[in-house]
Design a protein around this ligand. Structure first.
Ligand SMILES: NC(=O)c1ccc[n+]([C@@H]2O[C@H](COP(=O)([O-])OP(=O)(O)OC[C@H]3O[C@@H](n4cnc5c(N)ncnc54)[C@H](OP(=O)(O)O)[C@@H]3O)[C@@H](O)[C@H]2O)c1
Length: 314
């Protein structure tokens, strides 16, 4: 079969790969669209904290597709190695599949998988948004961030501040419901904290943080007493310099989140909820589809950013 194959750490190539054969508890899924996420790029590069992939292997962490003899589409994440989602067919544990209802196309159903869950679950499961709270979304120009802006509103936030680098991405966040935006520009440290507070009209109650690094440290300083920062990624840096007083002195909390450690029933319920919002047009995200043979171009586009979910179609 055709697949995006990683032969050495770096960028995968369009190639042939042996077809998967299902063992006990496993199913073969015919892939309709596979999502590209930052984790795929870092895993293929060997820089993901969870360790490098086996070589050779098929890349890709999520897809929508079909199982022979079964009605309807399924969403999958976490293929059985060395198979990955970016292939004509992949291999998964049957109990990990989630149904995809009619009313959302393949690309959207992929976008609300890893990215959608990373936006929704931190706000709805790792913590909750109390009615009227002010939520600051860092990296609101990315796929997770733009979903999080809309999710925060749906979950009851009174004011949502979108922050990021790209002016175009911030304009999109405004169009999708952000009440105010903060462009990082040259702002650093205390100046950035002040910009967050200005945009929030006061202290921030909750931060969704896919960035870490300097922006997360500045956002932490903008939190109210007992405010929470939910940490989900490190697009701006693997480390951040935080003062003890910034956390201790105001009873603030930093909580981590990774989709992979969420109980399956919580994940399935959240995914169904997100697809309901997507089908009703309450959460919108841009999707760009590329043919699977163009996987190297997809890698380059993901590295360059752009704020749309890239999907590969076999
Ligand atoms: N914990 C989980 O389960 C989970 C799940 C999914 C994703 N994530 C993580 O969440 C993060 C965002 O994912 P995504 O799918 O939204 O990716 P994406 O669409 O590629 O967006 C990347 C975001 O990071 C920003 N960014 C990149 N480099 C930056 C820098 N040096 N300084 C400041 N901002 C920077 C981009 O800002 P501009 O566009 O403004 O340049 C953009 O907002 C990634 O780190 C990803 O690994 C975690």
């Amino acid at each position: 079969m055709h697949a995006a194959v990683l032969h050495e750490l770096g960028t995968p190539h369009f190639d042939d790969f042996p077809d998967p054969v299902a063992g006990p508890g496993e199913v073969v899924v015919t892939v309709a669209a596979a999502g590209l996420n930052p984790i795929d790029v870092s895993r293929a590069a060997g820089t993901f904290y969870g360790g490098p992939p086996p070589l050779p292997s098929v890349v890709g962490s999520e897809a929508v597709g079909r199982v022979a003899g079964r009605l309807g589409r399924v969403y999958l994440t976490g293929s059985v190695a060395p198979y990955g989602a970016m292939a004509e067919r992949t291999l998964v544990r049957e109990e990990t599949l989630m149904p995809v209802p009619d009313g959302v196309d393949d690309g959207l159903a992929v976008a609300f998988g890893i990215a959608g869950l990373a936006a929704w679950l931190p706000l709805a499961w790792r913590t909750s948004v109390a009615p009227g709270e002010t939520v600051l979304v860092l990296g609101a120009t990315g796929v997770v961030g733009q979903i999080a802006v809309q999710a925060a509103k749906l979950l009851g936030a009174g004011r949502v501040v979108a922050a990021g680098r790209s002016e175009e991405g911030l304009a999109r966040a405004s169009a999708r419901g952000a009440d105010a935006t903060v462009a990082f520009g040259e702002l650093q440290g205390a100046e950035l904290t002040e910009a967050f507070r200005d945009a929030a009209d006061g202290d921030v109650d909750l931060v969704l943080d896919p960035l870490w690094g300097m922006p997360a440290a500045a956002a932490l300083d903008a939190l109210a007493n007992s405010g929470r920062l939910i940490q989900i990624g490190q697009s701006a840096g693997a480390t951040a310099e935080l003062s003890s007083a910034a956390i201790r002195g105001r009873l603030r909390e930093i909580r981590g989140h990774t989709n992979t450690l969420v109980p399956p029933d919580v994940r399935a319920e959240a995914y169904a909820t997100l697809l309901g919002h997507a089908a009703a047009g309450r959460i919108v995200v841009d999707v760009e589809a590329l043919p699977l043979w163009d996987v190297e171009e997809a890698w380059a586009k993901q590295r360059a950013g752009g704020g749309r979910k890239l999907v590969l179609v076999p």
